[in-house]
Design a protein around this ligand. Structure first.
Ligand SMILES: Cc1cc2nc3c(=O)[nH]c(=O)nc-3n(C[C@H](O)[C@H](O)[C@H](O)COP(=O)(O)OP(=O)(O)OC[C@H]3O[C@@H](n4cnc5c(N)ncnc54)[C@H](O)[C@@H]3O)c2cc1C
Length: 406
């Protein structure tokens, strides 16, 4: 039986919803219910490459990212549940003068300069034997970065939240929100209504659609992202650093003896979730074979072994983009009791500990651990009044994700 009331209902069992459920219950909040229309981690989260990291010149993003990085380092001690995390470090590679200068400038920022170091192409080849860096590139080594099996994060957060009393209801779709006098008062589901003081909207690609139904223009757009895994390739080790190359906007990390390759800017495409059938699931998202081919060609120039590698898995999903590449996370003006948690900008796995902590601060009425006003849902004002203008800006940001280290 669905509960009749709760203090907090969370909609969405991806990394964001489960991260919020964990942080709320760990802060002692009782009466929390998490709903997902499918199983836990059945949306975009399990498709991710799971890279973690916090190289960021922006002080807010750096402080936020540091909490997340430290959380992943001792996830099991903090939650009691294990994840599959490897702190391999990463190599950020710049090929052209413009991006070499930017990399130098990032590495000189006071809060970063003791955490990173430049290494030679020979050293990079030693660390990643399948990588063929050009002799004149610049390579920044970032030892704290790593990767995690993304499904393990949502599953472990959900299990740790359940250990602390959260009621997890899978196969339960939220069909609407109840609003009274400028306040959200509950959630409608096919199995009945749950009255609630707080609702956390973490429904991934579907968040904008929820906003439309409430008359809110939430600036978060589903944009397709693709990656692929190869079968085993000689000389790949699970502990080798991730390689991120700025100009072709590709990332390459080890995965099960092969390489996982993803990238930005390849045929960016946004979606209006109302154009899909109501039963659409992320796992049914159609592949764009041209995007996959362009990605493979771009990566093969630096990883020649990819030319005849077998692709054993395609990953794709609908992360949410915002026009400025930052999360949206707050109550919207004029609607109390609703916390919108979206705009992962293809970094939701990495950011899920920090977003969960901010949600818990708001609901518990605690002193915030970080000034999250830069993430305010309403910060775009009347900019992007139409779907077309918003989608175009979000696609544009996605298309240049690696062209500034932000
Ligand atoms: C190929 C690829 C590579 C990526 N690589 C990385 C990476 O390296 N690092 C990183 O940090 N991120 C990466 N990402 C991004 C990451 O996957 C997302 O940021 C993250 O999964 C977003 O989580 P979420 O909880 O917002 O969404 P989701 O995981 O999609 O969760 C939303 C949940 O809401 C549920 N839901 C929707 N509507 C309803 C409803 N009406 N009622 C109940 N439940 C509902 C859905 O079923 C779903 O389970 C990658 C993504 C892709 C596709």
């Amino acid at each position: 039986m669905i509960p009749k009331s709760a203090n907090t209902v969370i909609i969405g069992g991806g990394v964001f919803g489960t991260g919020a459920a964990f942080h709320l219950s760990d802060a002692g909040q009782e009466d929390v219910v998490l709903l997902d229309r499918g199983p836990i981690a059945s949306g975009t989260s399990p498709q991710a490459a799971g890279q973690t990291g916090y190289l960021n010149v922006d002080p807010f993003a750096f402080e936020f990212g540091k909490y997340c990085a430290e959380f992943f380092e001792d996830f099991e001690q903090r939650t009691g549940r294990a994840i599959d995390f490897r702190q391999t470090g990463s190599l950020r590679v710049a090929l052209t003068e413009k991006f070499k200068d930017e990399l130098e400038a990032s590495a000189a920022v006071p809060h970063l300069k003791n955490e990173v170091e430049f290494i030679s192409p020979d050293k990079a080849r030693e660390l990643v034997p399948t990588f063929a860096p050009p002799a004149d590139c610049r390579i920044l080594s970032i030892p704290q970065d790593g990767y995690v099996e993304p499904k393990s994060v949502a599953v472990a957060f959900a299990a740790a939240a359940a250990d602390r009393g959260v009621e997890i209801r899978t196969r339960t779709e939220a069909t609407g929100l109840l609003v009274e006098d400028g306040r959200v008062t509950g959630v409608e589901t096919a199995d009945g209504t749950i009255e609630a003081k707080w609702v956390v909207l973490a429904a991934g690609a579907w968040v904008r659609q929820f906003g439309h139904r409430l008359g809110l223009n939430l600036h978060t757009v589903a944009v397709r992202h693709q990656a692929f895994d190869t079968g085993p390739i000689g000389d790949v080790s699970p502990g080798q650093p991730i390689v991120r190359i700025t100009e072709p906007q590709i990332y390459v990390r080890p995965e099960a003896g092969g390489l996982l390759v993803g990238g930005y800017g390849y045929r960016p495409l946004s979606f209006d979730m109302d154009d899909f059938d109501r039963r659409f699931e992320i796992s049914a998202l159609e592949a764009d074979p041209i995007y996959y081919q362009q990605l493979r060609d771009a990566a093969t120039a630096f990883f020649p072994a990819l030319s005849d590698a077998t692709i054993v898995r395609e990953r794709r999903g609908l992360p949410t983009m915002t026009p400025d590449g930052r999360l949206i996370l707050s109550e919207p003006a004029g609607l109390k009791g609703l916390i919108v948690l979206s705009g992962c900008c293809v970094g939701g796995v990495n950011r899920s500990p920090g977003t969960g902590r901010i949600v818990a601060d708001i609901i518990c009425g605690r002193e915030p651990w970080i000034d999250a006003s830069v993430l305010r849902v309403d910060r775009f004002g009347d900019d992007y009044p139409t779907d077309a203008s918003l989608r175009a800006h979000c696609e544009e940001f996605y298309a240049h994700q690696y062209h500034s280290i932000h």
